[in-house]
Write a protein that binds this ligand. Structure first.
Ligand code: ADP
Ligand code: UDP
Length: 237
């Protein structure tokens, strides 16, 4: 049995622990919810367990389709063993439909279909509010090499294709989502962090009802029900 050793990092949604294997860390998902760079704080009952299971389900689906991920073993309701990586300090945002900050920035009504998938990169830095950056900033700051950024971009678009068609069958429209990548001790780039209703916009295909963290961000109510509904559609429970 994998031993949970010292706490390496406590973030807004997860805790990361060392284990007795230097190449593996244990991720523990919390019910805490934050939005607007930590300004809005709350809790979503049962979220940790749901996000753990949804993330692991989707990461295994992606692995089967040839996307390398950090996933190793689900240990409990909230805990998963993953490969320890050095996180590339970028949030990769993939967008199919305009919503959130893109809708605001370009003055588009939410729900406007984009003619082509949009990739955005933000520098992961809470103090700076995760500013948007481009490939020149990324190379100039040494956050990723041009080859690494190309690979990350290719993986992100492939992940979008796989998830969009998988979710479509379940009556879920994938509006946009955020990915993080990391480098293993062997130097391989893998998908890391999570894929959940905290990090994706999911809309019901028929009613366009929001089934994600926007219900928390925008005080819409029915937050727990939305997370449960996504888990039920993905995993049948
Ligand atoms: P935040 O840091 O934004 O508050 P979380 O609460 O989700 O976010 O914290 C989890 C942290 O663990 C994030 O900083 C994430 O980049 C990092 N992380 C995710 N996967 C791995 C991994 N496989 N190895 C090391 N760190 C990881
Ligand atoms: N996102 C995320 N973490 C962040 C910022 C964004 O998971 O720190 C996700 C968010 O859930 C959405 C997508 O990335 O699915 C695009 O978010 P957007 O830029 O529209 O920002 P927001 O409206 O969340 O401020």
């Amino acid at each position: 049995m994998m031993k949970r050793e010292e706490l390496l990092y406590e973030g807004k949604a997860k805790k990361v622990y060392a284990t007795d294997d230097p190449n593996l860390v244990l991720v523990d998902y919390k019910d805490d919810a934050t939005a607007f760079n930590g300004l809005k704080k709350g809790s979503i009952q049962g979220k940790g367990a749901i996000n753990n299971r949804i993330t692991n389900h989707l990461m295994q689906l992606l692995e089967k389709q040839g996307i390398p991920t950090h996933f190793e073993t689900e240990l409990s309701e909230r805990e998963t063993l993953v490969k320890k990586v050095t996180i590339v300090p970028l949030e990769v945002i993939v967008r199919n439909i305009a919503a959130g900050s893109l809708a605001a920035r370009l003055g588009l009504p939410e729900g406007t279909k984009l003619q082509k998938t949009v990739l955005e990169f933000c520098y992961k830095d809470d103090e700076l509010g995760d500013p948007m950056v481009n490939s020149y900033h990324i190379a100039a700051m040494g956050w990723a090499t041009d080859d690494e950024l190309k690979l990350i971009s290719d993986y992100s678009l492939r992940i979008n294709d796989i998830l969009t068609s998988y979710l479509k069958e379940l009556g879920i429209e994938l509006i946009d989502f955020k990915l993080e990548f990391g480098k293993t001790s062997g130097g391989t780039i893998v998908l890391a962090d999570e894929i959940s209703p905290d990090t994706c916009r999911f809309w019901d295909s028929q009613t366009h009802e929001k089934l994600d963290k926007d219900r928390f961000r925008r005080d819409m109510g029915g937050v727990e029900d939305a997370y449960h509904e996504i888990m039920k559609r993905l995993m049948g429970e």
